[in-house]
Design a protein around this ligand. Structure first.
Ligand code: AMP
Length: 273
């Protein structure tokens, strides 16, 4: 595995590679969710590139940028053992300069749900993904459905800017008790970890209700909020794949989402129906 710490090193590493390139952008502290993306990229491409970059522009002031978990050595090992060809590990000065052009998230879809809780977050996400895509020039790029709104906005950016990359979405990987894997789970102590199960429990309830024939979003959201108590809920939402609010669930075109705080840790989860 080649570790490229600058754009120049990345270019050098990639110029000798032939065929398709599968790309998995991450912020590190890799877990099985990331592994699933890397494994899919490995199966479907000649060359696999993973980036690890804790992107400052997607963190709002007061968020966990400085304490975001960093696991350089373990992450390098995981990538190596997963058959990654090139690990792109740039520093902030290699990615950003002064007073730069930025990508703006769309006014509506970029400022609801995650975008309402974290205004400007998606500008940072889209900007860094654009920069990474332009450097790596992937054939396919792999993203988790866990970050459903991010996935939708990146897909939209690729369409809107006529970018030549296939976006491949993959299902959320969970612990055996239902907790969605996340790099932020390391912030949870054992009691909080139990509390965090309320997110997946609420989504399971939503799925059960729909399977029993309940389609009214209000009824489903009310039940979910009951299960989420006493967590500080930021939102419970039922939307279609284009992130438009749904008053009734439409099977095949619905995402049920939740964001809540467990202690000071902000967790998100969702289920696709
Ligand atoms: P992050 O390192 O949190 O920026 O995530 C990098 C990629 O991994 C994103 O596309 C995430 O959606 C994806 N991801 C994070 N957690 C999971 C999970 N539990 N299952 C599947 N994909 C995930």
């Amino acid at each position: 595995m080649i570790i490229a710490r600058s754009i120049l090193e990345l270019r050098k590493a990639l110029e000798v590679k032939k065929g398709s390139v599968g790309f998995v952008p991450t912020m590190g502290a890799l877990h099985i969710g990331h592994r699933t993306l890397i494994d899919a990229a490995r199966r479907e491409n000649d060359t696999v590139v993973v980036s690890i970059f804790v992107n400052p522009t997607q963190f709002l002031p007061g968020e966990d940028l400085s304490k975001y978990p960093r696991r350089e050595e373990a992450d390098f090992k995981i990538c190596e053992l997963s058959g990654v060809d090139v690990l792109f590990y740039p520093d902030v000065s290699g990615m950003y300069g002064e007073d730069e052009v930025r990508i703006c998230a769309p006014d509506l879809r970029g400022y609801i749900l995650e975008g309402a809780s974290r205004p400007g977050h998606f500008d940072g996400v889209l900007t860094v993904v654009m920069k990474l895509f332009n450097q790596v020039r992937p054939t396919r790029a792999y993203f988790g459905k866990k970050d459903a709104q991010q996935l939708a906005l990146i897909t939209q950016m690729v369409e809107n800017f006529f970018m030549n990359v296939m976006i491949i979405p993959l299902d959320t990987v969970r612990e055996s008790d239902g907790l969605a894997l996340s790099s932020r789970n390391v912030y949870l102590d054992s009691i909080q970890r139990q509390e965090a199960l309320k997110l997946s429990a609420a989504l399971k309830k939503a799925t059960e209700m729909v399977m029993r024939g309940e389609v009214e979003s209000n009824a489903i959201e009310a039940q979910m909020r009951r299960i989420l108590e006493p967590l500080e809920v930021e939102y419970v939402a039922i939307v279609n794949r284009a992130f438009q609010s749904l008053s009734q669930v439409v099977i095949g075109d619905t995402i049920v989402l939740v964001a809540a705080r467990v202690g000071t840790t902000r967790l998100i989860d969702n289920v696709w129906m």
